[in-house]
Design a protein around this ligand. Structure first.
Ligand SMILES: NC(=O)C1=CN([C@@H]2O[C@H](COP(=O)(O)OP(=O)(O)OC[C@H]3O[C@@H](n4cnc5c(N)ncnc54)[C@H](OP(=O)(O)O)[C@@H]3O)[C@@H](O)[C@H]2O)C=CC1
Ligand SMILES: N[C@@H](CC(=O)OP(=O)(O)O)C(=O)O
Length: 344
């Protein structure tokens, strides 16, 4: 079954990744591209400054970009991927949901709303059932699903694997690539020969979203995981791939070997964009590294390594591609889950 999809914010950095990932997708057929008023009416190749490392698909290059309104989206589109700036998304996403669209959104607005599923299909697919609560409370026929922040999604699968040992406190320090800030986010003068020890809003997102992702949904309400999470977020001069140093305290004693096995064996799911193995664990303590490991599993696999014991638990490093697993790929995977679960 082909599902006709659209991209809200299709000309942006994440929008371009969506187009790349949707080329030759077995289920999704791209039928709508939206952006701001200044791009509307132009062909995609005129409107977008294409910066992805594969050519614009020829058919997409000639498609006309429309305004980001429900009326502008052609008939027959059922699923929308959203990569709008979060302030814009907060204003316009509800209009699409009221018109009955299913929206898989990468934008950060509403991620912590109690009736919005924040999902990683391999970690908490059951949270999708919050859609029923959402429809009841908001009175719309559509469905809004969010994927987490790119730094959060890099760490959470590894924590999900360790949760069986009783996660109590988690501290994490990040080394984040410049693409996370968008093409014009940090200037070369700011970042070359430098590191910036602050990324606005990022620490709070890691501290809250991770507890929601690992929380329990009881059929009516979602209860956050009880662990405490403290994050320190840093921008470094890599292009893509967020590397993170995690310190996890557990109630049970766990050896590095047991932790590595738990991560390696943490199950993936049978969806097109999900890697065969969710977490690759390196023996070499010098891995993972952004340049060498971000493309693993077509950018969808999480890498981990350097697992060592601490007084109260473990420390290790993890890494993921921030604009694929951390953004567009995460939304596409959520779209595949929505299809699998019958929401489309
Ligand atoms: N860059 C990244 O790696 C990551 C980004 N994100 C999040 O994804 C979202 C998009 O980020 P990114 O792609 O970098 O952003 P960009 O600025 O590159 O792209 C923004 C997109 O939104 C459109 N847009 C802007 N304003 C409006 C408006 N008023 N009405 C309709 N469309 C509008 C733009 O269209 P136009 O070209 O016409 O201006 C463009 O298509 C953000 O919420 C960001 O926080 C999340 C994870 C990673
Ligand atoms: N803040 C992230 C990217 C981002 O836009 O995150 P979010 O999806 O939470 O808005 C980074 O700079 O790497």
């Amino acid at each position: 079954m082909a599902v006709r999809v659209g991209i809200l914010g299709a000309t942006g950095a994440v929008g371009q990744r969506f187009i790349q990932l949707l080329e030759d997708h077995p289920t999704f057929e791209l039928a709508a591209l939206t952006a701001s008023e200044s791009s509307a009416g132009k062909t995609y190749k005129e409107a977008a400054k294409w910066r992805v490392n594969t050519p614009i698909p020829e058919d997409v290059a000639e498609m006309t970009v429309t305004e980001t309104t429900p009326e502008a989206v052609p008939d027959g589109v059922d699923l929308l991927f959203s990569s709008l700036p979060s302030g814009v998304a907060a204003d316009v996403e509800p209009g699409f949901l009221e018109e009955g669209y299913v929206v898989s959104s990468n934008s950060s607005n509403d991620r912590m709303a109690p009736d919005v599923p924040l999902t990683i299909p391999e970690v908490n697919p059951g949270h999708l059932e919050l859609i029923e609560v959402q429809r009841e409370e908001r009175g719309w026929d559509g469905a809004l699903v969010k994927n987490p922040n790119c730094s959060t999604i890099t760490m959470v699968p590894t924590l999900a694997a360790l949760d069986q040992f009783g996660l109590e406190n988690v501290n994490v320090s990040t080394l984040q690539a410049v693409s996370g800030a968008g093409y014009s986010g940090v200037t070369s003068m700011e970042i070359i020969d430098n590191a910036i020890p602050h990324i606005g809003g990022e620490e709070d997102k890691m501290e809250t979203e991770s507890r929601k992702l690992l929380g329990d949904f009881d059929g009516a309400e979602l209860h956050l995981h009880e662990m405490d999470v403290a994050a320190s977020c840093n921008r470094i001069p890599t292009l893509d791939g967020h590397l993170e140093n995690v310190f996890a305290e557990t109630t049970e004693d766990v050896s590095p070997e047991e932790a590595a096995e738990a991560m390696r064996e943490y199950p993936s799911v049978d969806l097109h964009s999900s890697p065969d193995q969710l977490i690759h664990v390196f023996e070499d303590p010098g891995r993972p590294q952004p340049r060498m490991d971000r493309e693993r599993g077509d950018g969808m696999q999480i890498s981990a390594g350097g697992i060592q014991k601490t007084a109260d638990g473990l420390k290790y490093n993890c890494l993921a591609h921030n604009t694929i697993r951390g953004a567009a790929g995460a939304s596409v995977l959520n779209g595949e889950l929505l299809v699998e679960e019958g929401y489309l």
